[in-house]
Ligand binder design. Structure first.
Ligand code: SF4
Length: 295
């Protein structure tokens, strides 16, 4: 697609803003490499940058290549995941590292389809690694990018619940033609959503595309779609799972049921959470009433 004048103006404004305001993050360093990008993307999917940074540094120091991680038991990956949350991501990253090691000679694939074929790598992660690490031209749609486009292009406060074909079309149409510029654009729009066009308090005064923004031009109409997911955590099965897993992470050996009972009072919910952890492969029963992280 040949970009029209308005699209070119958007590109120039966002790229100039990014050049001046981008955060310095270790996975964005020129020396970072595809494995670093892949690890960071797994961690960043559901966890904010601030919490990811220390875990990421420790992870890369311990497992600087996919082969290093693949050689470790998957339970060690779960342990090192610490309190990042959604620990199934640790197992998926371990599985992806194993596939990279066994099927790709230890090198993170360059080809988008090969990335997508790795276990635990979905459309978003494949596009992110192909774009950020391999400097290819891909629409990279995370929640930040989707929110920016919803406001800027569609004049809506929030994007639909799940990514739609129309959103993919918009993102693809707005991609700069040149792959290197497209790769910078992808991360720049993401950064704009993270720092300026935030979910709750967009800083339109500091926004490089405020004049082009459809939502702003329309007078900021309120969200009229389905209610957005709340952030409730206390008392949920997810919190119970987190508590149980923390006991196993910190124990460094198999633990008896009584150690798990001590951290979550509701036995029905505790049982359900433990069953879920076992079913997900995050916890291994080694004997009746004795559990550990997977070996
Ligand atoms: S003007 Fe405001 S709402 Fe529109 S893209 Fe910029 S920060 Fe977001």
């Amino acid at each position: 697609m040949h970009a029209d004048t308005e699209t070119l103006r958007l590109h120039r404004a966002v790229l100039a803003w990014y050049a001046a305001h981008a955060r310095e993050l270790p996975w964005r360093e020129p020396s970072a490499g595809p494995w670093a990008v892949m690890v960071s993307e797994f961690m960043l999917q559901q966890t904010p940058v601030k919490r990811v940074l220390p875990m990421y540094e420790a992870w890369m120091e311990r497992w600087p290549t996919p082969a290093d991680l693949a050689a470790a038991p998957s339970g060690e990956a779960v342990r090192a995941w610490g309190r990042l949350g959604y620990p199934r991501r640790a197992l998926r990253l371990h599985a992806a590292a194993t596939a990279v090691t066994e099927q790709h000679g230890g090198k993170v694939p360059v080809d988008h389809a090969a990335l997508l074929a790795l276990p635990g790598v979905g459309e978003y992660t494949a596009a992110a690694v192909a774009s950020f690490a391999h400097r290819q031209r891909h629409a990279v749609l995370d929640t930040n990018v989707r929110r920016v486009f919803a406001r800027l292009v569609d004049g809506r406060e929030y994007p639909p619940t799940a990514t739609t074909a129309a959103e993919r079309r918009t993102a693809t149409e707005l991609l700069p033609d040149d792959p290197e510029t497209a790769a910078v654009w992808a991360v720049a729009v993401m950064e704009l959503g993270a720092l300026v066009c935030t979910a709750r308090a967009p800083d339109c005064g500091g926004c490089p595309v405020a004049r082009e923004c459809a939502w702003r031009a329309a007078g900021y109409p309120a969200h009229d779609g389905p209610a957005r997911k709340g952030q409730t955590y206390a008392g949920t099965d997810r919190q119970a799972r987190g508590k149980l897993l923390a006991v196993l992470r910190e124990a460094h050996e198999a633990v008896p049921q009584s150690a798990l009972d001590a951290v979550w009072g509701d036995s029905v919910q505790r049982g359900r959470a433990l069953d879920g952890l076992v079913a997900d492969g995050l916890v291994e029963p080694v004997a009746p009433g004795v559990y550990r992280l997977p070996g």
